[in-house]
Design a protein. Structure first.
Length: 480
């Protein structure tokens, strides 16, 4: 059983570009409550996801494994049922485990260790069975823009307004019925029932700021597009390399500065709306006198290009805004503000949570304890469909099945515009990084042996096996 009396809240947003938080140096987006968590905890400047896609990334958070190890490598995937998971281990050690919001599992209510699940899904079949959309149905409501954006049947029939604005439209829902509000209010409701004598793990999965960028009133008016600056990495046109890889969920070539600022304004609005409700969750913890004893982590499953190389959303190469994530950890009974520039990834989160709870599980997680462990990485790794990446403090190599391999000198080229993969002067660095990827995929992160003692059987021969054991024991006794 756990020996440390703390609670854990893991707040996982979706598609939150790392530099779109005040604490990360962005003075245009309003995030006072996330900033306060950073002020009382540790902010990680170089945190990365392991796979820039919702479901694979989430499974990695929860299993401490890379996607090629847990095998959930698409948004419609299931991990093997007997894998150790963070909520499962916490549950075994006396924690009450709760999932609220977007989880993106298949099947929707997949048992990976949560004792209670109150879900608000978006992409895939989850939206037809989850709690949030049934809540809307009971009120005669529908999240119209989200359905159009996420369900191909309706997206293919979408009108010009949707396409011309890249889905950046005011929500048809009132603020009280919007997904962010529903998720946060459900979390507050459950925290209100918590006892000071028990241990709880709550994972809160916000849908936002994932597209569509559809803030409700009055949040849609929070930012004036003309007052905003475009984020680092904006280019006046798409790169041919990127267009060849993926033309975009929306036609990226049709982006211009004016439209990009309108998208950014609504993106920021959904972030600020989420931050407001995170503040309400913090208020409830303080009201219950549980704030000090609660480990709170804010992070995201992956980022968003948000103008980088003239693109939005995801789907292309593993550039910085996509693979890099915000990571802020407020430790229990501590308020020391720190900034870490160490290379860390999402696998470290589960390891850190268990360590804080004084729980140690052999062979669980490829990560490092970010509080008490020594972070000695000189490189981090990630993968995508037919693509592998290694990144050091100064260089990034991306190997692709299509042969379009990329190498960037991040010190000289932080926005990744100049591919030096074939430059002779970088040949030694290139070969070294290629070897690092090979070592990582073949040896360092080779899959563990998987066992399921209760797998389905064609024949149940347990009784026959017991008879054989008795027979062997009886006859071998004569031998001895």
């Amino acid at each position: 059983m756990a020996t440390k009396n703390i609670n854990v809240i893991l707040i996982l947003s979706d598609e939150h570009r790392f530099d779109c938080i005040g604490a990360y140096g962005n003075n245009e987006v309003n995030t006072p409550y996330i900033d306060q968590l950073a002020q009382e905890g540790t902010i990680f400047d170089n945190a990365f996801c392991t796979y820039p896609l919702c479901t694979p990334s989430r499974y990695s958070f929860l299993t401490g494994l890379y996607a090629h190890q847990h095998m959930g490598i698409s948004n419609h995937s299931t991990i093997p049922k007997n894998l150790d998971t963070l909520p499962g281990i916490l549950r075994e050690n006396g924690y009450y485990t709760i999932a609220i919001g977007k989880m993106h599992f298949t099947p929707t209510y997949l048992d990976i260790g949560f004792q209670a699940m109150y879900l608000a899904e978006q992409n895939g079949p989850g939206r037809y069975v989850d709690d949030y959309h049934n809540y809307l149905k009971d009120k005669g409501l529908l999240d119209e823009i989200d359905v159009i954006d996420q369900v191909d049947e309706y997206r293919n029939m979408a009108g010009n307004e949707y396409w011309e604005n890249f889905g950046a439209l005011k929500s048809n829902l009132n603020e009280e019925d919007y997904s962010t509000s529903w998720i946060a209010k459900k979390a507050i409701e459950k925290i209100d029932s918590w006892s000071a004598h028990n241990n709880y793990f709550m994972m809160i999965g916000f849908i936002k700021p994932h597209h569509p960028f559809d803030p409700p009133e009055p949040w849609d008016k929070m930012y004036n597009p003309v007052d905003l600056n475009l984020l680092e990495g904006w280019t006046d046109k798409c790169l041919e390399l990127d267009l060849k890889k993926y033309k975009g969920y929306f036609p990226n070539q049709k982006l211009d500065k004016s439209l990009m600022k309108e998208i950014l304004a609504y993106y920021y609005a959904t972030i600020s709306h989420m931050d407001f409700w995170i503040g309400k969750i913090i208020d409830k913890l303080k009201e219950k006198k549980l704030y000090d004893k609660t480990l709170i982590i804010y992070t995201s499953d992956h980022g968003d290009y948000m103008g980088y190389h003239h693109m939005v959303l995801k789907g292309g190469y593993m550039y910085e805004p996509l693979i890099r994530i915000p990571l802020i950890i407020k430790y229990p009974y501590s308020s020391n503000n720190k900034t870490s520039s160490n290379l860390v990834n999402s696998l470290d989160i589960s390891k850190t949570i268990l360590s804080q709870c004084n729980i140690y599980k052999d062979q669980f997680s490829q990560g490092t304890d970010l509080k008490n462990g020594k972070i000695q990485r000189d490189a981090i790794f990630a993968e995508d469909i037919n693509s592998y990446m290694v990144r050091t403090q100064s260089y990034k190599l991306i190997l692709n099945k299509n042969g379009e391999n990329l190498l960037f000198d991040l010190d000289k080229d932080p926005v990744e515009l100049f591919n030096v993969y074939d430059h002779k002067s970088y040949s030694e660095i290139r070969e070294n990084l290629k070897n690092r990827i090979m070592d990582w995929i073949l040896f360092e992160s080779a899959p563990h042996s998987y066992i399921d003692e209760k797998a389905n059987l064609v024949y149940n021969l347990e009784d026959k096996g017991n008879e054989m054991r008795k027979y062997i024991k009886k006859n071998l006794n004569n031998f001895y």
